[in-house]
Design a protein around this ligand. Structure first.
Ligand code: NAP
Ligand code: ZN
Length: 352
């Protein structure tokens, strides 16, 4: 075991502050990574403030962070994919049972025994796992990803959650040229969804509550831009979408979007507001529409997504911040005021 610097919250109402945490020494199959950048996901904020207490209660202290890019510093004797000095990445998953049907299908994100990067039982050290708001991390090789060399590490970090969470449902629902795709909520996830839908050849419509994001939406790849609070603008798209990805972090009217789907259209929820959403039966049955959800993505698909990003030169639009600004960043996230992901420069942890 060794100690490493980190930022943790001691309770649902405490700010994140500097601390030190234990990490295991790498076993024969582990990779030790010095973290360069870690993205700030809205899920970090939900977890730090225990907003998902009903489904995934938070154990304190919590060290969040699951959008990790870093440099390999050590590898175990059986590790074959990585060597010291390599650029490597870790997302939301650090372990799973490897034997259940989900794992066998490469869908580790649905394993009943999956271990999340933070706030999951730590079978090595006891207590819970600690995430990427830290100087280093030790992870089983199977859960470590390769980062294409042409991608900027600060912008690549958010691909590990915001990227895969939006890429995976688009692949599952077969998004391709000629389809009309809506993206709801231009935050960390939403802005990546616009980029992916555009790269896959779809006609992309961005839905937002923030009219000021219009020029950005076009730059990110949206063909059309709708201010969702404007009923007339919404009406013009009634019954016309093949697919809508909903990445909103707060309560909102989902029926307004279901009604924009065409026959057999699908709306996939990736946003995870704590309170249930009210769904109108009529919005679904009148056009055989479907509503579904999606949870990050498996390890193989995460690598596929990173390679796709390498090929298309896609990264997140990031505001790089020092760790000392993390609490301020959380407040800005609540106001939908980020362009479009915060990426923490972990070099800033050295001065703590
Ligand atoms: P984010 O950066 O904060 O973006 C959320 C966006 O939602 C905001 O930028 C805003 O976009 C819109 N929004 C916020 N409040 C709203 C409201 N009251 N009504 C309508 N729109 C609102 O968050 P994120 O990191 O992208 O995460 C989004 C959600 O996905 C979170 O709930 C997160 O926990 C969840 N998530 C799920 C998965 C998964 O696997 N399913 C993975 C990661 C994250 P506009 O300004 O454009 O309106
Ligand atoms: Zn996330």
């Amino acid at each position: 075991m060794y100690k490493t610097k980190a930022y943790a919250a001691a309770s649902a109402t405490s700010p994140l502050t500097g601390t030190t945490i234990p990490r295991r020494d790498p076993t024969y199959r582990d990779v030790q990574i010095d973290i360069l950048f870690c993205g700030i996901c809205h899920s970090d904020l939900h977890a730090v403030r225990n907003e998902w207490s009903e489904f995934l209660p938070t154990t304190y202290p919590i060290v969040p962070g699951h959008e990790i890019v870093g440099r390999v510093s050590k590898v175990g004797s059986a590790v074959t994919k990585f060597k010291p000095g390599d650029l490597a990445a870790v997302g939301c998953l650090v372990d799973s049972d490897g034997t259940c049907p989900q794992c066998k299908a490469g869908l580790e994100q649905f394993c009943p025994n999956l271990i999340l990067t933070f706030n999951s039982p730590d079978k090595h050290l006891g207590g819970v796992t600690y995430g990427g708001y830290s100087a280093s991390i030790v992870v089983d090789e199977h859960f470590v990803l390769r980062v294409p060399a042409n991608l900027n590490p600060a912008g690549a970090a958010p691909l590990l959650c915001a990227g895969i969470t939006t890429y995976s449902p688009m692949r599952h629902w077969g998004i391709t040229k000629g389809m009309k795709v809506g993206v709801v909520g231009l935050g960390g996830l939403g802005h990546m969804a616009v980029k992916f839908a555009h790269a896959l050849g779809a006609h992309v419509v961005a839905f937002t509550t923030s009219p000021r994001k219009k020029d950005d939406a076009r730059r990110l790849g949206a063909d059309e831009f709708v201010v969702s609070r404007n009923a007339d603008e919404m009406k013009q798209h009634a019954g016309s979408f093949d697919f809508i990805l909903d990445a909103v972090a707060a309560e909102h009217d989902i029926n307004a979007y279901l009604n924009l789907l065409g026959r057999d259209g699908n709306l996939t929820l990736v946003g995870a507001p704590a309170k249930p959403l009210g769904v109108s039966a009529f919005a679904l049955i009148m056009a055989r529409r479907s509503l579904s959800g999606s949870n990050i993505g498996g390890i193989a698909e995460t690598q596929e997504m990173l390679d796709f990003c390498g090929k298309h030169n896609l990264t997140a639009d990031v505001e790089v911040i020092p760790i000392q600004k993390v609490n301020e960043a959380y407040e800005r996230l609540l106001k939908a005021d980020v362009k479009y992901r915060f990426s923490i420069d972990m070099a800033s942890l050295k001065s703590e």
